[in-house]
Design a protein around this ligand. Structure first.
Ligand code: AMP
Length: 434
């Protein structure tokens, strides 16, 4: 197989994915003057809004077709956005083909792709987490529930697009959730079930870029998973986010790095896993200390859309150095010290049955403190931007204070419309005064 020459200069990037996360990564990278082209595969209706950015539709969904395109286009760096292709081993195949990739291989992606693997990993490496049991039998799961005699959190083991977790209020509800999983509600992701002790406390997400050895910790963020104001309604992929999360200060972040992120890298190395990519730890700050609820093997969506505007121009060089396993040689990553807000606008029927094909009107003038990131959008045959998914787009804004950032974001969201558009009005309530 022909190896691509790993040139020193970063000129052409390919980002795999079609969501708001990938749109915001493309936007952040496009700020780097030396980059010539950013391809997003397959991208969305907003990809080409940013300088140097273009959608790439490979001839087929096939991994080899994407790899061939990377070679043809002389791509220096591939960034894999979503967890699905990471869990399926796309990063491994690309590395085998000689490409420089940011994103863990199939082995490292288990941190997210198997809750059972991830829980066992946490216990092995003394990373604090809630008590749990795992089983592949419905009978055993019901037995555990009976023995524990308390409502538990019931989780499908595999990837279920953020929908495989039920935080149960009653024992009856726990039973139902177990039955749902074993009746195939989440397909093979539910071949095993995790029963978890229910813990309580505010949630915060921490992120680090990892080159297999070293870490660069990013500002923490907080997202809003529930559909409705007041954290009510069903769980979604995320309805908004803000960064930095004020719930933890610089010292807390240092402590959490030592408590969670450093042991994670050490544990992965012990398993001979070279983890190159984002380590995302979702934490709950309980009365008995912080506990990890989940790991993700990529940036969160929509946390990424709140985070990207805080990244300094060196971001592209840092990601490149990380993918080349030499993060220490990268320029120091600087962060904008402002407050960043992100609000998701969803389509009619989201999350149950999102309506597609509605024309979107956007009358927002983006500026350095205001961005519109597309997610579930496409450009139709008449060159209209139309909805193509549940979370249609997000608006992000930055300001000296969270009040200013959210005011800017919400006031400009009024300039966007599509049939059945809905969004939460209280994103960032934890840090807003108005
Ligand atoms: P996960 O997909 O594992 O992050 O879970 C989704 C959401 O369920 C989390 O953001 C928490 O709000 C909640 N959750 C997960 N595990 C627990 C737990 N052990 N106790 C209480 N809430 C939980």
């Amino acid at each position: 197989m022909t190896k691509i020459q790993k040139t020193e200069e970063l000129k052409r990037i390919l980002i795999v994915g079609s969501g708001g996360r990938e749109n915001s990564i493309a936007w952040a990278l496009s700020k780097n003057q030396s980059i010539e082209k950013i391809y997003v595969c397959p991208g969305n209706g907003g990809t080409a809004n940013f300088e140097k950015c273009i959608c790439l539709k490979p001839k087929s969904e096939n991994e080899q077709a994407i790899i061939s395109d990377c070679k043809r286009l002389e791509i220096n760096l591939v960034i894999i956005g979503p967890e699905g292709p990471l869990a399926e081993g796309l990063a491994d195949k690309m590395r085998e083909a000689g490409l420089t990739v940011f994103g863990p291989g199939k082995d490292g992606a288990q941190l997210e792709a198997s809750k059972e693997w991830s829980k066992a990993f946490m216990i092995e490496n003394k990373i604090p987490t809630a008590k749990y049991w795992s089983t592949d039998s419905e009978e055993k799961a019901l037995e555990i529930l009976k023995r524990f005699n308390q409502p538990l959190v019931i989780k499908a083991d595999g990837l279920a697009a953020g929908k495989g977790v039920t935080v149960c209020e009653t024992i009856e509800q726990s039973k139902e959730a177990i039955k749902d999983i074993f009746s195939g509600k989440f397909g093979s992701a539910g071949d095993k079930v995790i029963l978890e002790e229910r813990i309580e406390g505010p949630e915060v997400s921490i992120f680090a870029l990892c080159d297999g050895e070293n870490l660069i910790v990013l500002p923490p963020a907080q997202d809003h998973k529930r559909l409705l104001d007041g954290d009510n309604g069903p769980n979604t992929g995320g309805m908004g986010a803000y960064a930095p999360a004020l719930l933890i200060n610089q010292q807390d972040l240092k402590d959490l790095t030592e408590l969670v992120l450093v042991p994670t890298v050490k544990g992965l190395k012990k398993k001979k896993i070279k983890y190159i990519g984002v380590i995302y730890a979702g934490l709950m700050l309980t009365s008995s200390g912080p506990k990890v609820i989940e790991f993700n093997c990529r940036f969160g969506d929509p946390e990424c859309q709140a985070l990207m505007p805080l990244m300094g121009e060196e971001f592209a060089s840092v990601i490149f150095a990380c993918a080349r396993e030499e993060i220490k040689k990268a320029p120091k990553l600087t962060f904008n010290s402002e407050c960043s807000a992100c609000i998701v606008a969803a389509s009619k029927g989201y999350p149950e049955s999102p309506q597609k094909g509605d024309k979107i009107n956007i009358n927002v003038e983006s500026n350095p403190s205001l961005q519109v990131f597309h997610a579930g959008t496409i450009i139709d045959e008449f060159h209209n931007i139309v909805t193509s998914g549940g979370r249609v787009l997000s608006i992000a804004a930055q300001g000296e204070t969270f009040d200013k950032a959210f005011d800017l974001a919400y006031s400009n969201l009024k300039r966007i419309s599509f049939e059945g558009m809905h969004f939460r009005k209280d994103i960032g309530y934890q840090v807003r005064n108005n």
